[in-house]
Design a protein around this ligand. Structure first.
Ligand SMILES: [Cu+2]
Length: 437
């Protein structure tokens, strides 16, 4: 399995990355050969991986060849708010139109991009891609794979029901949206890895591989298990302290980076049964991908990254904002409101903010903040064992999380659930960052 094809920089000058990103109808070829209508960026799903260096100026012209308005959002990056792809006060890019946005890559890590309009349908239709910001100071790893996880409902071989389903002309819906075969939140799907079913990653023994894993599913959770190796990064780049987790939950929107240093033995990464209600999940583990080293060289010493090593911050004790997630199928709320009829919160750039997020509903919600990375101070009163900086945090039923952040970029930022059907169902609000007086 290879990584998705990378975007080619249209500006040869160093320090600047220029890209034309065209959203257009496309046909997806599923494992087994079925072809389903959908959307794609530059003709590919996942879209072209945008790879830039820390400090680069990134300029992207979004060309809309869809039959509906769209935008592109840079998930996890702090960008000028007008470039963020949210539709608050700006609206979308109409069919046949284009819009150029620019930002500076200020944080190294694995990020992704996707539309922020009719989001559940457009992402489901295949509009998503990965954005990597490289820090030139980081050690080079011999191998790297961008690993995009999306869950699809594959057509039944004998009835072709999905083939015969005419696409909704306003928003084609490929057979997406299950829960990776696990959980109780809907139809059964299968996890595809870069569009492939249980692919094999080939590499040489005696080498290391940096796996940049992104869950782009609308609402599918994946519980990674198996020989995961070292976790070196999460949503917002390198961890303060590398971890060796036995399992890793990736909620919709989450990213993780793993480092695999292999001898002659291969291994499989599994999607383990996961229960959205707590306790043990039901079902069998499913193979997500396998790694098959060639040769029998000894496992190398993994490269060493300069993890910052900062300790978990002390809770300053005040609460700036509270976000209460509530609702059930059909109506989803933050603080009793539904987007766009929301109260716009306000915080000041450069001043510490503590957000308390509570999930009063019976289902999980991955909280996502635009333009604002946050440190998890505590979950249900318990501080994490290691400092973790995220932009997407899963809230289980009844969870209460406290988050610390210092806004840097003035503007209007979306705060929402990254289960895209919940977000489109109103579970989204706006936080304004104003300049210090
Ligand atoms: Cu939700």
């Amino acid at each position: 399995m290879v990584s998705p094809a990378e975007a080619i920089d249209e500006d040869p000058a160093p320090g600047a990355f220029l890209l034309t990103l065209t959203a257009a109808p496309a046909e997806h070829v599923l494992p087994g050969g079925d072809i389903v209508p959908g959307y794609a960026y530059n003709g590919q799903t996942p879209g072209p991986t945008i790879r830039v260096s820390l400090g680069d100026t990134v300029t992207v012209t979004l060309v809309n060849q869809l039959d509906q308005a769209t935008t592109v959002h840079w998930h996890g990056l702090v960008v000028p708010w007008e470039s963020d792809g949210a539709t608050w006060m700006l609206g979308g890019v109409a069919p046949g139109e284009s819009r150029t946005v620019t930002f500076t890559a200020t944080k190294a890590g694995t990020f992704w991009y996707h539309p922020h309009m009719n989001t559940d349908r457009q992402v489901d239709a295949g509009l998503y891609g990965v954005l990597i910001v490289e820090d030139p100071a980081e050690p080079k790893v011999e191998n790297e794979r961008v690993i995009v996880l999306d869950d699809w409902i594959l057509p039944e071989p004998d009835n072709g029901a999905l083939d015969s389903q005419p696409p909704d002309s306003a928003s084609p819906a490929p057979p997406h949206g299950g829960d990776g075969g696990h959980g109780e939140s809907g139809a059964e799907g299968l996890w595809l890895v870069n569009g492939l079913l249980a692919p094999t990653v080939e590499m040489l023994s005696g080498q290391s591989l940096r796996a940049r894993i992104v869950n782009v599913s609308n609402r599918g959770y994946v519980l990674l298990g198996g020989a995961l190796g070292a976790q070196i990064a999460s949503d917002q780049g390198l961890l303060d302290t590398p971890q060796t987790p036995e399992t890793l939950l990736l909620a919709p929107g989450d990213r993780v980076e793993l480092l695999w240093s292999l001898g002659g033995d291969g291994f499989t990464v599994w999607d383990l049964p996961y229960s959205h209600a707590g306790g043990a999940g039901v079902g069998e583990p499913e193979a997500l991908l396998s790694v098959a080293p060639e040769g029998d060289a000894a496992a190398p010493t993994p490269p060493t990254f300069a993890h910052p090593g900062e300790a978990v911050s002390a809770d300053p004790g005040f609460t700036t904002l509270t976000y209460t997630f509530a609702g059930d199928d059909g109506a989803w709320f933050i603080n009793g409101e539904q987007y766009p009829e929301v109260t716009v919160g306000q915080v000041i750039a450069g001043q510490p903010v503590v957000i308390e997020a509570r999930n009063l509903s019976a289902v999980e919600h991955p909280l996502h903040l635009h333009g604002l990375a946050f440190e998890l101070l505590s979950l249900n009163g318990v501080a994490p064992t290691a400092r973790t900086v995220e932009d997407t945090l899963n809230l289980r039923a009844r969870d209460r999380a406290r988050l610390l952040l210092t806004p840097t970029e003035p503007g209007f930022w979306m705060v929402h659930c990254h289960i895209l059907e919940h977000e489109e169902g109103g579970m989204m609000t706006v936080l304004e960052v104003v300049e210090a007086p």
